[in-house]
Ligand binder design. Structure first.
Ligand SMILES: C[S@@+](CC[C@H](N)C(=O)[O-])C[C@H]1O[C@@H](n2cnc3c(N)ncnc32)[C@H](O)[C@@H]1O
Ligand SMILES: [Zn+2]
Length: 371
């Protein structure tokens, strides 16, 4: 990117450094969750993959963070980072080193670590764990969606020790594989992971988590791991906690189900995080962020979803909207919501048979059956 880039209260020059203006949304959400400056000592942050430094600089100016260490492995990029730190007038330490080297040699601990590498997070989580403590925030972005979502299945098996699901559910299972990996790495340090918000957006996975300290917390996190199942025949979905998969056969039609995991089956959002993001969006007047926060807020926090077009295709029906199916299920006393993972998906406690019946009902009502 040429010239000066302004975002929030930061102004940076990219030079040779990578910057993605579209990632503003995920930077905004992090700043919203951490919250504004308070009286007394602020938070100590590690911007582990700094590039231009936009992330750490924004936290320093706009949030409760008052101390930041920036890491940048690339020498050219590092000199641009130094210039940006200076021109923004923030006081910070910047080191031209790697996450691996820094985290293995420091005695410092951080209240917030931002990990935003090129590609996957798997090479770094183990080292990041060394500089966390109970109560730390650990925010991570992954752009290796092709691996996590199963387009590169063997890479997922090799790098995450998890089987991906390469179908319409892959963005959710990919995110849950990423969190499952974080939970397993962190557990080795007797850390548990509390997911404040986990989302898929613009082709990347994003996790905002808080670290809990102690063997019990670590064991509790591992207890949230399990497997996700999908039936190609009838569209049924289910999941089972534990590191032994149990639902080989579909509970609705008896067919063999596809399995994915181990992956995170715990929560993907907290009320406090959603409220913070929503308040931030209202205050900043950012309508895109507001609509994202509304969608996340209304979404049922349960594993997996039903992809409506996969049902309508099999039924030979067109033109049934997720809204209509949600309304029909809710009228029957079942829970149902949109999902941010897919505009054509719905989360619901209903069975696949219930969803099929609702879709048929909607099609009959609107006269949209093809024959
Ligand atoms: C995706 S960019 C970061 C973007 C930035 N966080 C933002 O919000 O604009 C990733 C950066 O991490 C740096 N990097 C890659 N591997 C690293 C490592 N092992 N340790 C520290 N920095 C690394 C790259 O040189 C690159 O500048
Ligand atoms: Zn089935």
């Amino acid at each position: 990117m040429e010239g000066t880039y302004t975002e929030g209260f930061a102004k940076v020059n990219a030079g040779n450094a990578f910057i993605n203006p579209l990632a503003k949304l995920n930077r905004d959400i992090g700043i919203a969750i951490v919250g504004p400056k308070k009286r007394g000592k602020g938070l100590k942050m590690l911007d582990a993959t700094a590039a231009t430094g936009i992330r750490g600089i924004r936290y320093l100016i706009e949030s409760a963070v008052d101390d930041c260490t920036f890491l940048e492995i690339n020498e050219d990029v590092f000199s641009q980072l130094g210039a940006n730190i200076k021109s923004n007038g923030v006081k910070a330490a910047a080191l031209n080193t790697s996450i691996q080297e820094f985290c293995s040699s420091t005695r410092e601990r951080f209240d917030l670590v931002e990990l935003d590498p090129f590609g996957g997070i798997y090479p770094y989580v183990f080292d990041v764990a060394k500089v966390l403590r109970g109560g730390s925030y650990f925010f991570a972005t992954a752009t290796d969606a092709a691996v996590l979502c199963g387009a590169q299945k063997n890479a997922c098996l090799k790098l995450y020790s998890a089987k991906p699901m390469h179908n319409k559910l892959c963005h959710e299972t990919g995110l849950r594989i990423m969190i499952g990996y974080m939970a397993r790495m962190l557990a080795q340090f007797n850390f548990g992971i509390d997911v404040l918000l986990g989302m898929f957006h613009d082709h990347y996975m994003r996790v905002y988590a808080r670290i809990e300290s102690g063997a019990a917390a670590a064991t509790k996190s591992i207890g949230e791991l399990g497997f996700a199942f999908y039936c190609d025949s009838c569209g049924a979905i289910t999941s089972s906690k534990g590191l032994v998969p149990v639902h080989a056969e579909c509970h609705e039609c008896g067919s063999k189900m596809r399995a994915s995991g181990p992956l995170w089956l715990g929560r993907l959002k907290s009320d406090a995080a959603i409220e913070a993001v929503s308040a931030y969006a209202s205050k900043s007047g950012d309508r895109h962020l507001k609509s994202v926060s509304q969608l996340l807020s209304s979404e049922l926090d349960i594993p997996l979803f039903y992809h409506i077009p996969s049902f309508t295709k099999k039924l030979g029906i067109t033109g049934v909207s997720p809204d209509a199916v949600i309304e029909s299920l809710v009228m029957r006393g079942l829970s149902a919501s949109h999902t941010h993972f897919d505009p054509n998906g719905i989360k619901s406690s209903a069975t696949a048979a219930d969803v099929t019946a609702a879709i048929k009902g909607c099609a009959a009502g609107s006269g949209s059956a093809m024959h």
